[in-house]
Write a protein that binds this ligand. Sequence first.
Ligand code: R5P
Length: 314
Amino acid sequence: MQGDVKVIGGSAHPDLTADICKHLDVEPSRTEVHRFSNENMMVQIQENVREQDVFVVQPSCAPVSDGIVELLITIDALKHASASRITAVVPYFPYARSDKKDRPRISITARLMADLLETAGANRVLTMNLHSPQLQGFFRIPVDQLSGEPILCDYLARHRDLEDAVLVAGDVGEAKDLGRYASRLDLPLAIVDKRRDGDDEMPRPTHLVGDVEGKIALIVDDEIASGGTMIEAARFVLERGAAAVEAAAVHPILSGRAIARIRESPIRSLVVTDTVPVPADKRIDKITVLSVAPLFAAAIRAIHCGDSVSALFR
Ligand code: R5P
């Protein structure tokens, strides 16, 4: 690669940073994160970054608030260390679901996160599957948004019998994205109409648009958090005659009781990516984890060399 590129991994996902670095054939840059007894944090970049192109890898995962603060402090430290360009590599964007003011007196927190990154000194953002398209418009700096769709589709095409399958969107919001999966895999599409009462983690499917009878239902979502959307959709399509349920999601948040619920659920298999860490205790037999590192490495290389990234979006 031309010139110097530096990749710094925050504490959130060191394995992903190491994988990305392997694909780029660079060593992760050294940093030290120090937590004081008053819970303040200090990040020190332990090598020269003056006039260099720096990428900071930090997806949003538990502990979410600590991860955000560490990312902001790291970017600020790089700015004051005279890095020439700082890219926040945030495979899963924090507070992505808080992207609208759908209740009185609440924050549009995803917008706040965008503002904070810019204020800290990020010059650009590299991310994957933002929860909604408007999120990209929350930034005034360039945002490159990769998609997990080619990775998941490639896996599904190779490892699942799609002969008699139907793609299922777990809610109406997901239906548009799923149109692209349907074209890529040449499959029909069905949509579950899901209702949520407040913030509960047991969304209620109410209607089904499309036909699942006798077919393998392949439920795909941008993220799986508590698992409620996917598991309830699975039960719903089985009640309506689906022969079996397989599932896929880009961001495996797998919070709360998600793993136990998935284990007990009728979902036969779940394939996800590693935009956030999936620790060993969450890697149950049903779950397959695919790496996004080659794609992020390719995007970092293209950004650094000033090449087009758009081919990678597809
Ligand atoms: C919702 O709009 C998203 O596409 C996902 O369906 C949702 O974030 C999944 O959350 P959970 O697993 O908690 O139902």
